[in-house]
Design a protein around this ligand. Structure first.
Ligand SMILES: [Zn+2]
Length: 380
């Protein structure tokens, strides 16, 4: 039994609205609208199929407006007094709210979901991944780091590096400085309790003045850096300072954290967007191309400051060396080493190798080291 609602019909012909009763009848293609004239006779109702009615859409779910205007196209329009009853009857007759209406009543929900999702993604990237990486890195076994480093070293030796041409005596001198520095790295300078990899130094040539650390304790110094120190007469204290900085990267497990972070990010992107390996691959390439982060450099610097002070060695020579090689030549060498990287290679070892590119903001860092304004290491 259809429920009848009072309405006024503006038929577009007469100037006066006519009182009518409106019924909504379920149909296969949506509710039909039956119009019963009130005045007098038992004339059959005028029937409008669902498609012939301009169903009103704009309404507020929380506060249905009192009056509803229904567009009957060429047959004029209806004004239904009781909006709430109209919507109840429409729903009972199987009327589904249009998309626009659903949007209108739920846009706040959509907007909120969008904002929350966008913030969530950003927060995940900004804080979530570095935090998760630092935590996970605690559980990364040293053997894993050493295996990764061995692979990376093989690849670097195959693609970029050549054996050192330094005289054995010179290598031995630098090795001695490295060893005495290494003996000063104790639990007081540890970042990860119990993490004490064996620190080793390797000499190579083939790229510009550079030094880098692989996870698990291997450090590489290039002949060009040793030569630069000689040319600029900054002495072995400068090289020791650079090595102390690299030891900082090892102790803080920076590369491991970057690699883990990349993994966390991949998993996160996968969860958020379903399996889209292309985007994941792009994401990891982007991330590894960031190379060392500024915060990692600062941490390594303050580690170097603490270690050098403990060893009783001056810091200014290292700063002078950094400034000397940060000229056009130094940068050019760094960039060259970076751009030689095969972009297509996706193995973990090569992702790691791309982390070995130049350290950012060298001049700025050198100035801070020289001015003694590098914050003292806060060892947790
Ligand atoms: Zn560094």
């Amino acid at each position: 039994m259809e429920q009848l609602l009072r309405a006024r019909w503006f038929d577009g012909l007469s100037s006066q609205p006519r009182p009518v009763l409106v019924g909504l009848v379920p149909g296969a293609r949506g509710p039909a609208l039956h119009l019963h004239p009130l005045a007098g006779d038992a004339a059959p109702p005028r029937v409008f199929s669902s498609a012939e009615v301009g169903w009103p859409e704009a309404w507020n779910a929380r506060r249905a407006q009192r009056k509803v205007v229904v567009d009957l196209r060429s047959a004029g329009s209806l004004e239904v007094e009781d909006g709430a009853r109209w919507h109840a009857a429409l729903e009972a007759a199987g009327g589904r709210p249009g998309l626009a209406q659903r949007m209108q009543t739920r846009w706040r929900v959509f907007a909120t979901v969008l904002v929350v999702a966008a913030f969530g993604l950003w927060a995940f990237y900004r804080w979530g991944t570095p935090w998760a990486a630092a935590q996970i890195a605690r559980h990364v076994p040293l053997e894993w780091e050493q295996r990764l480093s061995a692979e990376a070293m093989q690849e670097l030796d195959a693609d970029h590096l050549q054996p050192s041409r330094l005289a054995p005596e010179r290598q031995a001198e630098i090795q001695a400085a490295f060893d005495s520095l290494r003996q000063q790295v104790g639990p007081d300078l540890a970042r990860y309790p119990g993490y004490a990899p064996k620190l080793t130094l390797a000499f190579r040539s083939g790229i510009g003045p550079n030094a880098f650390a692989l996870p698990g304790g291997t450090m590489v110094m290039t002949d060009a850096l040793v030569e630069a120190a000689r040319l600029h007469r900054v002495g072995d204290d400068a090289l020791a300072g650079v090595l102390a900085h690299e030891m900082g990267h090892v102790v803080y497990r920076h590369t491991t954290r970057m690699v883990v972070e990349q993994g966390v990010l991949n998993v996160g992107i996968g969860l958020a967007m379903g399996d889209v390996s292309g985007i994941v691959a792009t994401g990891s390439t982007l991330l590894t191309s960031l190379a060392y982060r500024r915060s990692h450099e600062t941490e390594a610097d303050c580690f170097a400051v603490a270690l050098m002070q403990k060893a009783g060695r001056p810091l200014a020579p290292m700063a002078d060396l950094l400034l000397a090689i940060d000229g056009p030549d130094g940068h050019g060498d760094d960039k060259e080493a970076t751009s030689q990287r095969p972009k297509t290679s996706a193995s973990q070892a090569s992702a790691l190798a791309s982390l070995l590119s130049s350290h950012p903001a060298t001049a700025e860092r050198a100035q801070r080291i020289k001015a003694g304004t590098v914050r003292a290491c806060t060892v947790p």
